[in-house]
Design a protein around this ligand. Structure first.
Ligand SMILES: *Cc1c(COP(=O)(O)O)cnc(C)c1O
Length: 220
């Protein structure tokens, strides 16, 4: 299957209100151009310098989403143009994004990454840490960020039951934050190539799909 037919197929499967992020990390520019030709305008990358390189090379109406773990010293590379940062996993990183957004005279949209997976290697806030942060009123000092919602990466597992349990848990937490703290919450980034339909059933509004569109990745 070609990149364009995969994109059309996925878009035909998912509801209109769900946003498809084409996860293009590790793929070269011609692959992104094929996706662009097929109408795709939102791309997800996991490395700041790689995102910057592609941003400079490709069409300017592309929206660039950072989905990978972001180090504070690399925020500056993407702050001028990044459209949404999904993977915010510490208050320190939020503070740095706010600072770089201010320098660039803009407000940067972000999602808070929630830790749900069983593996200890995964990053993210626990639910308790997010509540503590929101109760602390630190957010009032961060005028140049806009928290739009939550993101999660499920456990690497073949168990559909476990994945579903994790997705439902994050959706419940999302609803609670929206009700009690941030009524403007509208984005729940959840689901990848293997589980995006399940994620949508569980309330996802944004899916991050890479290998299903571009083929198996070659990690260098
Ligand atoms: C790589 C990646 C994806 C896409 O994974 P696929 O299985 O190729 O669809 C989604 N989300 C994050 C955070 C990733 O790092």
């Amino acid at each position: 299957m070609s990149i364009s037919s995969e994109i059309h197929k996925i878009k035909s499967e998912i509801p209109d209100k769900v946003t498809l992020i084409a996860v293009s990390k590790t793929y070269e520019e011609p692959c992104l151009e094929d996706a662009y030709e097929a109408g795709q305008r939102i791309f997800g990358e996991s490395k700041p310098q790689e995102m910057l390189r592609k941003y400079n090379a490709l069409e300017k109406d592309i929206l660039w989403h950072m989905i990978g773990h972001l180090q504070t010293n690399k925020v500056k590379y993407i702050a001028p143009f990044v459209s949404l940062i999904h993977s915010v996993d510490s208050v320190k990183l939020l503070t740095e994004i706010n600072k770089q957004a201010f320098k660039n005279n803009r407000v940067i949209d972000v999602l808070l990454e929630v830790y749900v997976a069983q593996e200890d290697t995964k990053s993210g806030f626990t639910e308790g840490e997010i509540i503590k942060f929101l109760d602390s009123k630190q957010l009032e000092q961060l005028q140049n960020i806009n928290i739009k919602g939550l993101m999660c990466i499920g456990s690497l597992t073949d168990s559909k039951e476990q994945t579903e349990r994790e997705f439902r848990q994050v959706k419940t937490f999302f609803d609670k934050i929206k009700q009690d703290y941030l009524p403007k919450f509208d984005t729940l980034s959840m689901g990848m190539s293997e589980d995006y339909m399940l994620a949508i059933e569980c309330g996802s509004t944004m899916i991050r799909v890479g290998s299903r569109i571009f083929g198996a990745r070659n990690y260098k």
